[in-house]
Structure formats: structure tokens, C-alpha cells
Design a protein around this ligand. Sequence first.
Ligand SMILES: NC(=O)c1ccc[n+]([C@@H]2O[C@H](COP(=O)([O-])OP(=O)(O)OC[C@H]3O[C@@H](n4cnc5c(N)ncnc54)[C@H](OP(=O)(O)O)[C@@H]3O)[C@@H](O)[C@H]2O)c1
Length: 271
Amino acid sequence: MEHDIADPVGTRRVVVTGAGGQLGAALCEAFPGALGLTRADWDVTMPPPPLGPVDLVLHAAAWTDVDGAESEPQEAAAVNVGGTQHAAELGAPLVLFSSDYVFDGRKREPYVESDAPNPQSAYGRTKLHAEGAAGDDAWIVRSSWLFGWTSHNFVRTMLRLGAERDEVAVVDDQRGCPTYVGHLAEATRELVELPRGIWHIAADGDCTWAEFAEAIFEEAGLDCRVRRITTAELGRPAPRPAYSVLRSERPDAPVLPHWRAGLRDCLARLA
Ligand SMILES: NC(=O)c1ccc[n+]([C@@H]2O[C@H](COP(=O)([O-])OP(=O)(O)OC[C@H]3O[C@@H](n4cnc5c(N)ncnc54)[C@H](OP(=O)(O)O)[C@@H]3O)[C@@H](O)[C@H]2O)c1
């Protein structure tokens, strides 16, 4: 019957893990009627609770403390690798959100799906192993530098610091694609109608963290200077790729708006 195929997303029973996080919150909005599970509902290091029939799992729960993963790699792996195994045990097609940090950052042109991963951090290694744990019935979405209207993220930190200070020091030797979770969640609706496998989905355009900070202050009307520093000067425990711009080599890949459009949408949401 024709109505059976009219709205395949709308008729599926969708589960969102990590619903308390920034991407999970956006996915719950993009998939109305989805069952959003926070850590309190399901700690993904444990086997899944009884959920009844599930048609699609959007797995956004993760250990995202990149520096913390260096000192607690096993705990990070329990969430990112073990948690993905448990999400796959629900037996439904799965969307796993992975990261640009699976790459070493030595390229100077965008990373595409066929490029070989070579993670340099404990977090990056857990995300790569999670890709393997997702199984064959999965879309692996590699995205980057996520920001949204909830949780801790660079935009919200800069808005706070920009209101308190005249100057902030920001790294200018890492280049990537700041991706608005609202745009990524909408693209995920398109993605689940496409074949399984690895997909690079990140905002159009690219910048350094310092350029991103300057754009945040400009768009928000904050009078705060950005002092450009190096990754070495910042001295964080986990290595980050110097260059991790993601693009898709797949012709039908969802295309996201420019990061600056994502920034404007996010700021409008936070106003
Ligand atoms: N943030 C980025 O820049 C970025 C870039 C590329 C890819 N990604 C990937 O995108 C996905 C979403 O990231 P995000 O930015 O939305 O992260 P987030 O805001 O940190 O959200 C992650 C969520 O997972 C939850 N969580 C952590 N441990 C859990 C556990 N054991 N059981 C259940 N839930 C648990 C967290 O809960 P608590 O708040 O209680 O800890 C949090 O609500 C992740 O897979 C991440 O690796 C993120």
C-alpha cells in the first residue's frame, strides 16, 4: 500500500542514546516521537534494558572528554566501545557517531571516507574501535567539532569568557569544520534512507579554533580580542589532529550548511 512507504522515518520506533548530550538533544528534535534515553535511563556500559521492538538506534552516548581519556582509557573504552556493542545488541539498524579524531591530521586536504584512520589519542582509538563494534547493519557518521545549545561546548565557553574578559588565548594551529548539531541531526534523517557504511558529514567551510572564536565574538557582538596561540602553548594532555577537515567522496552524501550559518542558528537558539 502506498502509505506504507510514504514516511519511513515517521513510522519507525527510534531510540536515541545520549539524549542528555548536545547531539542527542538535537536528534530527539529531528526525530519527533523518538525514545530519548539519558545516562540515567541507560548506562550504556551495561547491557540494554528491555525496550521492546526497536527499528532504528541513533547512538549518541559517548565518553567525549578527550583529555580525560588519556588518563582513563579503559573507562573511555567501556563507554565508547562497550557501549556501542551494547547498542548493536538491540538488533536494529544503528547510526554510530564517530569523529575526525580517528585521523592523524597529517593531510593538508580534506579527509574522505577511504582515507586510512590513524588515531593519535586514546579517545580517537576508542572511536575507531567503536566503528568496528557497530557491526555491519550500521551507518558510521564521522563528524567534527560539534556545538549546540546544550552541554559544554566551545561556543558556550567563548560566550561566557567573551563577556568576562578583554582577551582570550585560542589555538590557531588546528583546522577543522565546526558542525552545528541541529544541522547534523537533520542530515541524519536523510542519511537513514541511504546505504549503510562510513559517511563523512561535517559543516561546509573550515577554520581554526581562533578563527571560530573570532566569528563567535563578531556574531554575538562581544568586544573580546583573540590571542592566537599554538597547541604546544596550550599544553593539553591529548594530541589533536592539526588538520581534520572532513568531506564526503560519496555522491549522494548529505551536505551541511556552512559552519557560520550553523553558528548563527545556534546563537539565535541561545538568545
Ligand atoms: N563534541 C564533539 O566535538 C564531537 C566531534 C565529533 C564526534 N562527536 C561524537 O558525537 C557524539 C555526540 O557527542 P556530543 O558532542 O553530543 O557529546 P556530549 O554532549 O558529551 O553528549 C554525550 C552524552 O553521552 C552521555 N554518556 C556518557 N557516558 C555514558 C554512559 N556510560 N551511558 C549513557 N550515556 C552516557 C553523556 O552523559 P553525561 O552528560 O551524564 O556524561 C552525554 O549526555 C559522540 O559519539 C561523540 O564522540 C563529538
